[in-house]
Design a binder for this molecule. Structure first.
Ligand code: NAP
Length: 289
C-alpha cells in the first residue's frame, strides 16, 4: 500500500518511514481495542548502556500507545548469565507475556546469542533466535527480525517489483544485512551481499535495483554508486555532531535514486513499529487466533 511518499523537487520520492510507522501503530491500536485480552511484551536489559536505555524507553512508549502491557526487566551489569536466562525462562512460562526481547548489547561477560536463544521461539518478538532465523533461511518466515521486516515494507510501499530485481545489501550482520538479504531472496530478488572484503563495491552497488546500506559508515554510498531510479534504503545510524547520519549521502543520492529513505525518519521508526506488529502476531497465535 503506497502511502505518504513525499516528492522532492526533482522527482525522487522520499520514503517517509515515520508516517508508515504511524499508520501501522494506529492500525495495531485499532486491532488491540477489539481484543478480549491485552498483549504483553517483556524487555530484558542487562547493564546500563545509555543508548539501550533510550531504545527501551521508546519501546515502552510505543507499547503504551497501542495499549499493550509492557514490562522492563533491568538487571545490573554484573548479573550472571544463568540468572538472566532464568529470568527469560520465567517469562517464557507466563501466560500474560506474549513477546520477549533481550536488549543488545549485553555486557561482555554474557553471551548475547545464548540469551536470545533462551527465549521461546513462539515468544521471540525480535525474530532473532535460531529457530526463527532457521525458518527465514528455509523460506518459511514466521517471526522475522524487526529492521529487515521494516525495510521490506518500505520497499513494497514504493510499488517497485522485488521479484526479478537485483538487490545489493551492503553489510552482512546477523541483525540486519543477512536477514534482509534472505527476505529479498525469499521474494525472488537476485541478491548480492557486500562487506569489508568485497573487491569492487562501487561496481556492485551501481547494478542494484534495490540497494540496502546497513554498514554504520557515514555517507559511504555516494551518487556515483547508485543506479538511476534505484530504491535506496539507508539503515545506518551514526551519531555525529550534526545529529544522526546515515550510510547514504542523502543530498547527492536523492538526485539519482528513484526512492530513498531519510535518516532519521526512514528505517528507524519502522523497526519500532515492526516490534509491535511481531508482538501482536505472537499474542494472537498464543491465544489461538
Ligand atoms: P555491524 O554488525 O557492525 O555490521 C556492519 C556490516 O557492514 C558488516 O557486515 C561489515 O562487513 C560491513 N562493512 C563495514 N564497513 C564496510 C565497508 N566500508 N564496505 C562494505 N561493507 C562494510 O552493524 P549492524 O548491526 O548491521 O548495523 C549497521 C548499521 O545500521 C549501524 O549504523 C546501526 O546503527 C544501524 N542500525 C539501524 C537500525 C534501525 O532501526 N535504523 C537497526 C539496526 C542497526 P564485515 O562483515 O566484513 O565486517
Amino acid at each position: 500500500m503506497p502511502v505518504a511518499l513525499g516528492h522532492d523537487e526533482i522527482g525522487t520520492k522520499i520514503i517517509d518511514g515515520k508516517e508508515h510507522a504511524r499508520l501501522i501503530r494506529r492500525e495495531i491500536r485499532r486491532q488491540v481495542r477489539k481484543l478480549k485480552f491485552t498483549p504483553g511484551l517483556a524487555v530484558v536489559q542487562v547493564g546500563d548502556d545509555p543508548a539501550s536505555t533510550v531504545y527501551v524507553s521508546n519501546k515502552k512508549k510505543d507499547c503504551q500507545y497501542v495499549r499493550f502491557h509492557s514490562e522492563v526487566h533491568r538487571m545490573p551489569t554484573e548479573t550472571p548469565q544463568a540468572t538472566v536466562i532464568e529470568r527469560i525462562q520465567a517469562l517464557n512460562n507466563r501466560e500474560d507475556i506474549h513477546g520477549i526481547i533481550a536488549q543488545m548489547p549485553v555486557p561482555d561477560s554474557i553471551d548475547g546469542d545464548a540469551v536470545i536463544n533462551a527465549i521461546a521461539p513462539e515468544k521471540d518478538a525480535d525474530g532473532l533466535n535460531l529457530v526463527n532465523l532457521g525458518n527465514l533461511l528455509i523460506n518459511r518466515e514466521k517471526t522475522v527480525p524487526c529492521t529487515p521486516a521494516g525495510i521490506i515494507r518500505l520497499i513494497e510501499s514504493t510499488g517497485a517489483e522485488i521479484e526479478g530485481s537485483r538487490a545489493v545489501c551492503v553489510g552482512r550482520s546477523n541483525l540486519v544485512g543477512k536477514p534482509v538479504g534472505l527476505m529479498l531472496l525469499n521474494r525472488n530478488a537476485t541478491v548480492i551481499y557486500c562487506h569489508t572484503r568485497t573487491r569492487e563495491l562501487v561496481s556492485e552497488t551501481q547494478q542494484a535495483d534495490i540497494l540496502v546500506a546497513a554498514v554504520g559508515s557515514p555517507n559511504l554510498i555516494t551518487a556515483d554508486m547508485v543506479k538511476p531510479g534505484a530504491v535506496v534504503i539507508d539503515v545506518g545510524i551514526t551519531i555525529a555532531e550534526s545529529g544522526f547520519v546515515g550510510d547514504v549521502d542523502f543530498e547527492s543520492v536523492k538526485e539519482v535514486a528513484g526512492y530513498i529513505t531519510p535518516v532519521p525518519g526512514g528505517v528507524g521508526p519502522m523497526t519500532r513499529a515492526m516490534l509491535l506488529e511481531n508482538t501482536l502476531k505472537l499474542a494472537l497465535a498464543q491465544r489461538g487466533k
